[in-house]
Design a binder for this molecule. Structure first.
Ligand code: NAP
Length: 349
């Protein structure tokens, strides 16, 4: 059976229908044999190295419809750890496609070791020249989100004007850089001065502003887009989306990527009251889930890996140490404490 060891997990210990908080998550110690148990054909046992801290986790804590099973009290998930994206090392495998020692990224759980019974959605990490953590960031789900969301759903053309909200985060920083590569004028907003400086100086946005210092979003957008916005990459929803609709140009596109301003209050979502703009200006607004587009992953890698290696795009990570830091890190996303892609190092390889 292999040696039995004690290991840490993060579980949902309190399920709240309204707003959720850090203390609804807790740390638990369990025991595991570092061998695939009998009867688990097709499984892999992994050591988790990096865990991705993503906004959708909070929505799942509240049983919201996201195409993924939520962590509710009435399901067995209560006793299972939170799940999410991670980079892991295969310790044992009874699956023909995975071998001991291989590195993978994909869905795993917030724990030091995981038995993954359905590893078909794991991706093998082939390129060892880049930091492993990139596979839950620029080379993983957030990178794919920026790529698919911008190039497929925004259909950019050279010279167009692009606005990105939550622009310094995991997805936003890449959308802005893709927009510059596509020859667009790009403006981003973020929640403090450090992030605004990063947008202008490191990610080469044309302009950036601190939305928390703006009394009137309509006036701010007029200042940066006197002739209007062709493309809005929406990461936040709510009042900002409403203001952007007032500034959209004829035949504009809005990619509905995320609505982080609404996730902790979805029982009483803010309304968008001016949709008539979308009609009059023939704006195409489209929501998307990256999970529907993983068939594009090999093409995405072909494009993005050289851009990273030639230093044509850059990526900023915000790294927390130890699995104990995961609950605090998650809730830091909602106050904007993270600067760049937020992740937790569970173990070094
Ligand atoms: P992130 O930007 O790295 O982190 C979230 C950021 O959102 C925070 O740092 C904070 O930055 C900002 N924020 C938090 N509360 C806010 C509020 N009330 N109003 C405005 N901004 C707020 O996160 P990410 O991983 O890149 O995700 C960005 C968005 O994309 C999220 O909405 C996420 O759900 C979505 N997403 C969608 C898909 C998909 O398949 N459609 C996939 C991945 C992510 P500030 O300091 O700037 O406020």
């Amino acid at each position: 059976m292999g040696e039995e060891i004690r290991y840490k997990q993060v579980i949902l210990s309190n399920y709240a229908k309204t707003s959720v908080k850090e203390s609804d998550l807790s740390l638990r110690t369990s025991k595991i044999h570092l061998k695939i148990p009998c009867g688990c054909d097709g499984a892999v046992l992994v050591k988790n190295l990096y865990l991705s801290i993503d906004p959708f986790i909070l929505a799942l804590m509240k049983n919201q419809e996201l195409d993924l099973p939520s962590f509710t009290l009435d399901s067995v998930s209560l006793v299972l750890p939170i799940y999410g994206f991670g980079v892991s090392k295969v310790l044992d495998s009874s699956h023909p496609n995975f071998k001991t020692g291989e590195l993978v990224w994909g869905f795993t759980s917030w724990e030091e070791y995981s038995l993954i019974k359905d590893p078909d959605q794991l991706f093998k990490i082939q390129d060892k020249d880049l930091p492993l953590s990139y596979f839950i960031g620029i080379l993983g789900m957030p990178g794919m989100t920026a790529y698919v969301g911008f190039f497929k759903f925004c259909s950019p053309k050279k010279g167009e004007t692009v606005y990105v909200s939550a622009a310094s985060g995991a997805v936003g920083q890449l959308v802005g850089q893709f927009a510059k590569i596509a020859g667009c004028y790009v403006v981003g907003s973020a929640g403090n001065k450090e992030k605004v400086d990063l947008l202008k100086n490191k990610f080469r946005f044309d302009e950036a502003f601190n939305y928390k210092e703006e009394q009137d979003y309509n006036a701010a957008l007029k200042r940066y887009f006197p002739d209007g916005i062709d493309i809005y990459f929406d990461n936040v929803g709510g009042k900002m989306l409403e203001a952007v609709l007032n500034s959209m140009r004829l035949n504009g596109r809005v990619a509905l990527c995320g609505m982080i301003s609404q996730y902790n209050s979805l029982e009483q979502p803010e309304g968008v009251h001016n949709l008539i703009n979308a009609l009059v200006k023939r704006v195409r607004m489209e929501g998307f889930f990256t999970s529907d587009h993983y068939h594009l992953y090999p093409k995405f890698l072909e494009i993005v890996v050289p851009l990273i290696k030639e230093e044509k795009i850059t990526y900023v990570e915000d790294i927390a140490e130890g699995i104990e830091s995961a609950p605090g890190a998650l809730f830091g996303l909602y106050s904007g404490r993270n600067v760049g892609k937020l992740l937790v190092v569970v173990a070094r390889e």
